[in-house]
Design a protein around this ligand. Structure first.
Ligand code: NAP
Ligand code: MG
Length: 486
């Protein structure tokens, strides 16, 4: 390390590797001329050694009492909480989200570490009657083995924590490939876990290209892969894992509907939609991509939603009062701008005024929150995920039609319904095909102690993430039959 800028490198077998690897700079997405820090990229040999180190550390780690493993995670939670401001600033510099959003993410990551650490104090199995007087049967959980963790940049601390914390507490060792846009904040999680007492070899960190991720997926020594990211990469990981019999947990994209029924309370609906469309600069797998509105309430809704979106202050996430930061990269911005232009070419109407894509000072990767409208639910923007603060308003004339349109997508991560009717809210919970159903609230919320995951193309079938459900992915259950006659 030659200067005081943030720095990261592969961490393998208890050592940071700093020799002979390619250095990568990360620019600040709010001010691309400014370099936040740099990191060294893992090569193929590094990943090979990382898997070897995880295999080697596995037998001691799984024998370590679960309560001791849990205490390390609880200690790591305290260490994160002691550094919220510094970590939040780095997260904003590197990823772009606002400082308030970054603070929230650091605090949530600490709570997630603590939650999974405390899972070590939960019951570890079940006991069953045997078929004879002597027999007792119990279930016994064992760690699945080496876990490959591959994560996206949009929650560069929290998504890794919600995978790595349960993996570690349940006795797995980990090889983690973070997203290339957010290696610097990711490395802070590694440092925190080390400071909390994590032994060498239990967690490997291999920043690098997607090819390094694929190498982890293809390595026969890796028993399970947990991935959050795009649908295309996730599908490929799913087939590679299936081909060699490895477990794969996949959290992929979404095209989440927010259904506004004619009896919706707009005082609740408008702020919830603003959050659904613009929080995290719309770079959330749970963001509302389609606002489905009953004809009877469309004008009243848009009279309030359009000005509320236009009033949002877009800019550098570190600046006071900014509510929407930049997108993560130039290519992310180009994709959003292209998708909006394509929708306009397909006849969509731009509801938010101005250019929609106006460039803000400093050349940052800014896109203003953008609302479009169309009566054609088949146009590209209404079907394909666009990872930015962009949503499309589509009309419907009956509850049946609204719910049918909501489900008319290959995705099924999150859905919201806005209604004053308990009966219709219950119907939505039953009929909308999504892993997360939100009644009169944003599509984007989720709690760390509640199972998280989608339906249809949004997730792979299998154990959900977060909450107590996480254990099912990181462990195998044995049924142990014992006779008392020995
Ligand atoms: P991505 O391109 O799929 O990348 C995710 C991770 O996979 C990154 O670490 C990436 O490395 C790595 N990767 C790329 N190619 C790979 C390959 N061939 N094999 C193995 N790993 C590979 O996704 P992203 O652009 O970072 O994130 C945005 C997407 O994630 C959106 O589609 C969004 O919906 C989805 N997402 C879903 C959830 C959810 O819970 N459902 C949550 C957040 C985001 P590099 O960074 O080096 O390319
Ligand atoms: Mg990508």
């Amino acid at each position: 390390m030659t200067d005081s800028r943030p720095w990261a490198a592969p961490f393998v077998g208890g050592a940071w590797l700093d020799k002979g690897l390619e250095s990568v700079d990360r620019e600040n997405p709010a001010r691309p001329a400014s370099i936040v820090g740099s990191w060294l990229a893992a090569d193929a040999g590094t990943v090979d050694r990382a898997v070897e180190a995880a295999v080697h550390a596995g037998s001691a780690w799984r024998r370590r009492p679960a309560l001791e493993r849990g205490r390390i995670l609880v200690r790591a939670a305290e260490l994160l909480e002691a550094r919220v401001e510094a970590l939040a600033e780095l997260l904003t510099l590197e990823e772009g989200k606002t400082l308030a959003e970054s603070r929230g993410e650091v605090i949530r990551s600490a709570e997630t570490l603590r939650y999974h650490g405390l899972q070590a104090w939960q019951p570890a199995g079940e006991v069953f009657h045997g078929s004879t007087a002597d027999e007792l049967i119990r279930t016994h959980r064992v760690p699945v083995g080496v876990v490959g963790v591959i994560t996206p940049w949009n929650f560069p601390l929290n998504i890794p924590v919600w995978k790595i914390a349960p993996a570690l507490v349940h006795g797995c060792t980990v090889v983690w490939k973070p997203a290339s846009h957010t290696v610097l904040i990711a490395a802070e999680l590694v440092r925190t876990l080390l400071e909390a007492g994590l032994p060498a070899g239990v967690l490997q960190f291999v920043p690098g290209s997607g090819a390094r991720g694929q190498q982890i997926v293809e390595d026969p020594r890796v028993a399970a892969i947990t991935f959050t990211g795009s649908e295309g990469v996730g599908r490929r990981i799913g087939s590679l894992a299936a081909a060699r019999g490895a477990k794969a947990q996949l959290e992929l994209g979404g095209h989440n509907p927010a259904v506004v029924l004619s009896d919706a309370d707009l005082d609740l609906t408008v702020p919830a939609l603003v959050t659904s469309i613009s929080s995290g600069t719309g770079q959330k797998c749970t963001a509302a991509r389609r606002v489905l509105v009953h004809d009877d309430i469309r004008d009243a809704l848009l009279d309030r939603l359009v000005p509320a979106l236009q009033a949002l202050r877009v800019g550098d996430g570190l600046a006071a009062g900014v509510q929407v930061g930049p997108l993560v990269s130039q290519s992310a911005k180009d994709e959003v701008v292209t998708a909006v232009s394509a929708a306009l070419a397909e006849g969509a109407e731009l509801l938010t005024s101005g250019e929609g894509q106006q460039v803000l000072p400093d050349g940052g990767y800014y896109v203003r929150p953008t609302l479009l409208a169309s009566d054609k639910p088949t146009i590209g923007l209404a079907c394909d995920e666009v990872f930015g603060p962009v949503s499309i308003v589509l009309p419907f004339a009956s509850v049946d039609e609204g719910f049918r349109l909501a489900n008319d997508t290959r995705y099924g991560l999150s859905a919201a319904v806005f209604t004053g009717s308990e009966r219709l809210a219950r119907r939505a919970a039953e009929e909308l095909d999504a892993g997360l159903i939100n009644i009169n609230q944003s599509t984007t919320g989720s709690e760390l102690h509640v199972p998280f995951g989608g339906m249809k193309s949004s997730s792979a079938p299998g154990p959900k993430e977060q909450g107590a459900a996480a254990r099912d992915f990181f462990t195998e259950t044995k049924a142990v039959y014992s006779s008392a006659t020995y």
